[in-house]
Design a protein around this ligand. Structure first.
Ligand SMILES: C[S@@+](CC[C@H](N)C(=O)[O-])C[C@H]1O[C@@H](n2cnc3c(N)ncnc32)[C@H](O)[C@@H]1O
Length: 271
């Protein structure tokens, strides 16, 4: 597939509105790992591929200074416009050329972003910028989602999965790294001390409109939209109608739960 700019893969506005922060259980896996590795204090954390900053913000209370980086100017502008914290700043730069000194960073994170990077070059940068005993946490949602509402969870999940399958036809080849649950990311991490945790499950309350908006924020939906705008919009409209009909409700503000499973590659640099 031809190289696409990050701004055409993502729509910063739909990201800001419909993406949610890294889940509670994912955060707990990451912060427990840092405790286990005695990474305390975290003086400088870098969140690579930070998008509009949802992921960066979960680091603010645990790290003295946090820098969110992204290749997309639009995403960084959106991040800067959202809630500001005195210890957070943002930089536009590629993941493969991080603007930090050798051995200057305690923690490198990437949330639903590492699969987009040139992995060998990014991993070289992770190794270069981390201090001895510094850590990295590279995570993503897997493709396993389920939707829950009263006694129709099974049917809602089927509808979601059918839509997801249609969207997957528009997925960039790098999305295959998600399909195999970051095996390639794990292999590429050049540390002896590493692990891949793949059973991180969270149930996130949201409205039906939120579930549809979440689908809109997928890069594969954005690709579908560019290729055939009417068909793309109609797919999500029909998905929403099928949800509401199955649930027997009229409002897309009706609350459901979206169940997501995440995978996280954790690693600690040697001395
Ligand atoms: C799926 S979004 C994740 C955003 C955020 N981390 C979150 O969890 O909401 C992936 C982000 O990676 C960025 N990205 C893609 N390729 C990149 C690269 N080579 N270097 C830096 N950022 C990149 C995109 O611009 C996008 O903002």
């Amino acid at each position: 597939m031809a190289e696409r700019s990050s701004d055409t893969l993502y729509n910063a506005a739909s990201y800001q509105k419909y993406r949610f922060s890294p889940s509670e259980n994912l955060q707990s896996v990451i912060f427990s790992y840092l405790e286990e590795k005695k990474l305390n204090p975290v003086r400088l954390a870098v969140d690579v591929g930070c998008g509009s900053g949802q992921s960066t913000r979960v680091l603010v209370t645990r790290c003295e200074k946090v820098v969110g980086t992204d290749i997309s100017e639009a995403q960084i502008e959106a991040a800067k416009r959202s809630a500001s914290f005195p210890n957070v700043s943002y930089r536009v730069c590629p993941a493969e050329e991080l603007p930090f000194e050798d051995g200057s960073v305690d923690l490198v994170t990437a949330f639903t972003a590492a699969h987009w990077f040139d992995l060998p070059r990014f991993m070289k940068e992770v190794d270069r910028v981390l201090k001895p005993h510094g850590c990295t946490a590279l995570s993503t949602y897997t493709n396993n989602f389920s939707v829950h509402y009263k006694d129709c969870s099974e049917r809602l999940t089927e509808i979601f999965t059918e839509t997801q399958k249609l969207l997957l036809a528009y997925a960039d080849e790098k999305v295959s790294r998600v399909t195999v649950e970051y095996e390639e990311v794990f292999e590429a991490l050049p540390f002896q001390d590493k692990q891949r945790v793949s059973q991180i499950v969270d149930r996130i309350p949201m409205s039906v409109a939120g579930v549809i908006g979440f689908c809109q924020s997928f890069s594969m939906y954005q690709a579908f939209l560019r290729s055939d705008p009417e068909a793309a919009k109609s797919l999500l409209q029909k998905t929403e109608e099928r949800f509401l009909e199955t649930m027997g409700v009229g409002s897309n503000e009706t609350q459901v739960e979206l169940c997501i499973r995440s995978v996280c590659v954790l690693g600690c640099k040697g001395p």
